[in-house]
Design a protein around this ligand. Sequence first.
Ligand code: SF4
Ligand code: SF4
Length: 156
Amino acid sequence: MTDEFHEPADSLGCSGCGGCCDPVMMPQSRAQILAAVKSGEVKSRRWNREMQFILRNWTWTGERTHWWDAKGREGHSWHVQCAKYDRHLRRCTAYDSRPAACRGFPWYGQDPLLSVDAMAMNTPQCSYFLDVPAHLRPAGARPLIPIEVVSRRGGP
Ligand code: SF4
Ligand code: SF4
């Protein structure tokens, strides 16, 4: 994560599992994004560029996951495939130009405790769950430990 989004000071960061790109889980449909661009609602050039990136590279598969978080709130996420995702290497091939929706994942500069529930539905293996004390993680969370951290600690 970079730019306007800041990780919690003691975050171990991303393990590079690629799970959040395969598929991307989006609260908005393609039609909603198109409508926002056409209506002029997206005013800044930068956001417009990011929306264009999304419209060019992302394909909504039509699948949707419904979820309920630990507080009983309901939501859904559309499944999206990204043309910039290398499925063999499980890597982003447009890392420096990826949109804010990717750069900010998963906390988007917020307190992790505010969004931890919904995240567990989509990427239970995400290492960012380590930013949250174990007793406050949702039941499905199974965070991976980033390899740099394993090496630093002399692990396998
Ligand atoms: S742009 Fe990169 S980080 Fe964003 S969904 Fe595509 S592959 Fe993933
Ligand atoms: S799911 Fe989490 S750990 Fe895996 S690539 Fe995405 S941000 Fe990194």
